[in-house]
Design a protein around this ligand. Sequence first.
Ligand SMILES: Nc1ncnc2c1ncn2[C@@H]1O[C@H](COP(=O)(O)OP(=O)(O)OP(=O)(O)O)[C@@H](O)[C@H]1O
Ligand SMILES: [Mg+2]
Length: 233
Amino acid sequence: MLRLKQLTSGYGSVPVVRDLSLDIKAREITVILGRNGVGKTTLMKTIIGVLPTMQGSITFKNTDVTKWSASRRARFGMGYVPQGRGIFPRLTVEENLLMGEFINIDSGGERLYDKVYSIFPRLDERRRQKGGTLSGGEQQMLAIGRALVGNPNLLILDEPSEGVQPSIVQDMVPILKGLMEELGLTILVVEQNLDFAMSLADRCYVMDRGTIVAELDKSEMTDSERVRRYLAI
Ligand SMILES: Nc1ncnc2c1ncn2[C@@H]1O[C@H](COP(=O)(O)OP(=O)(O)OP(=O)(O)O)[C@@H](O)[C@H]1O
Ligand SMILES: [Mg+2]
């Protein structure tokens, strides 16, 4: 679904992501674990095209998108839920979702509002409430919903557990797994929350200093001591 080949990117001439190669398989949830500042957000922004690629390539749905603009990549099926969620606080839930639909105009997708409201009944109940007055967990649902109405094939989430109550974080696991199954989505998540990552991932990688340093197999993923050691590199 998504292939990153020797990807290097950063700010100005300073690389943050370095020589990173990774294959994201379709209809799986891939989690990249990494501590603060290792370049997770920089990587996500490079994938969606907000940051240019300095070296290497990005192939999405068998198409080289390395030089494509962010909006073209979005229309081609990349959905993004930014770190901190980035919802519009003064717009209502409904209006926030509408913003997400704009990118869908060219892709001819159906209106996915009803789907979003059925997945997230809490948003349904709050259609006219201002985004800024929602709880952290509700804002996260809204940010996911906004990406979904763009009708993506690949949903990319940057630290979705951040600033969300622990009980709601665990609720997100079946929701994301359900989205993958029901909508046939491929999901890529970067996270620091180990337990959340472990319960979510079909495949899990560790990122450090701008590159992938380990892949954790299923047995390692349940061995949280081992994972903690990886993260303490
Ligand atoms: N706009 C920017 N200009 C220059 N340097 C930046 C910019 N944004 C991030 N950086 C630097 O790039 C490095 C990686 O930052 P990034 O935000 O990708 O890390 P992260 O893994 O997402 O961290 P966190 O877990 O805290 O979100 C850091 O050293 C950071 O200071
Ligand atoms: Mg980040």
